[in-house]
Design a protein around this ligand. Structure first.
Ligand code: MRU
Length: 369
């Protein structure tokens, strides 16, 4: 996607090679900064500290982390250490483990002096694939937005509510939940997005609103608690969210607060769609509530907030009394029964095992019931 007319992805090989560059998402929307990742430790830190975040982008960054590590130590021990270091950085998004497994399986059989080059090539392929998958998700989801537009008699505006950031910043390019919105906007369908602020880290207010604004898509940031009210008053035509892991039977793990939006959507008859690239499906897990590990982050993310002063300085301030305890679960699970449909690169399907297997029949052997 473009920033002020210049095309960007979220991650790329640094000029001259041997390092990776990423957009530092901890600085947005106040500053646009690019960070160079030169080794395994830098890649692991970038994922853990959310310099890069969003399930597909975490996977791409993990793959490049493996390449950076193998440049320094391509031995079996070096490969194992790189995998173990990266896989624990963020536990919930399955795309990280998927990408690390893919790189490890590809390079393990190779002679050690061939491993690094193969990992660099594969990481680049994973990025290109992600961009293509997300664009295809955009085309599939566009049909749903067009249907909503038709239902309104092609008058007024299609109102979409989204949670967290599942736009191009969360992927290599295009995004998942936001890709159909870009496609619809580019096609001339009048669309307006309700952007949940997404406490505690405010990915909606800081990232989704920023990227929609850069693309010229009309939107408004709303407090996280507003969604139910907006739906009750007919101000939401459909919800589209992303996901960090979808189980074999269609349960959806996504940013904390997604479940509440799905409940409100069900109560108000608003379609609740989840957009996902196929690497986000964890075919080994059936019950998302019981089986998906939920990342618990620092309580300080709840009790402090960062913002920009009029002079441009960015500061962090406490919003709770000193010593007030807090808890910070980063994700929740929306049971499949609350999901109207899943939007994948191959098409739209029911949030059920059979729905998913209808689009991905090759996974039948490994899918749990
Ligand atoms: O904690 P984050 O910012 O990495 O969480 C991101 C989300 O929950 C996104 O909605 C999800 O990864 C889907 S992104 C295409």
């Amino acid at each position: 996607m473009k920033i002020d007319g210049k095309p960007y992805r979220t991650i790329w090989v640094a000029p001259g090679g041997g390092a990776v560059e990423v957009i530092d998402q901890t600085k947005l929307p106040h500053r646009f900064e690019i960070v160079r990742l030169g080794d395994l430790a830098a890649a692991a830190h970038a994922i853990k500290a959310m310099v890069v975040r969003g399930a597909p982008l975490i996977g791409a960054a993990g793959a490049y982390g493996m390449a950076l590590a193998l440049d320094k130590d391509p031995s079996d021990a070096g490969l194992a250490q790189a995998y173990e270091t990266l896989v624990v950085t963020r536990p919930t998004a399955i795309n990280l483990r998927w990408a690390l497994d893919r790189v490890r399986a590809a390079v393990s059989p190779l002679a050690s002096d061939a491993r690094a080059a193969a990992a660099w090539t594969l990481a680049a392929e994973i990025c290109d694939e992600d961009a293509a998958i997300c664009e295809a998700i955009g085309e599939q989801g566009l049909k749903l937005i067009e249907a909503a537009w038709d239902k309104k008699g092609r008058t007024g505006v299609v109102n979409v509510l989204t949670h967290c950031n599942a736009g191009w910043l969360a992927t290599v390019d295009w995004g998942t939940a936001i890709a159909p919105i870009y496609k619809a906007h580019d096609k001339g369908i009048p669309i307006h997005v309700w952007v949940d602020e997404t406490r505690p880290r405010n990915q909606g207010a800081s990232l989704t609103a920023w990227e929609l604004g850069k693309h010229g898509v009309p939107h408004r940031i709303v407090a996280d608690n507003s969604g139910g009210h907006l739906m009750q008053h007919g101000l939401v035509d459909l919800c589209i969210v992303g996901t960090d892991r979808v189980t074999a039977r269609g349960d959806v793990c996504n940013k904390i607060g997604t479940y509440l939006k799905a409940l409100a959507a069900k109560d108000n008859g608003v379609p609740f769609y989840v957009a996902l690239p196929s690497p986000t499906i964890d075919w080994t897990v059936a019950d998302g509530v019981k089986e998906i590990p939920i990342e618990e982050r620092s309580p300080l993310e709840v009790t402090r907030i960062a913002g920009r002063l009029p002079d441009g300085t960015v500061v962090e301030v406490d919003i709770a009394a000193p010593g007030s305890p807090a808890r910070n679960d980063a994700f929740d699970v929306t049971p499949a029964r609350l999901v109207t449909a899943l939007i994948t690169e191959r098409g739209v399907c029911a949030a059920t095992g059979e729905g998913l297997l209808g689009l991905f029949p090759e996974a039948r052997a490994k899918a749990v019931g």
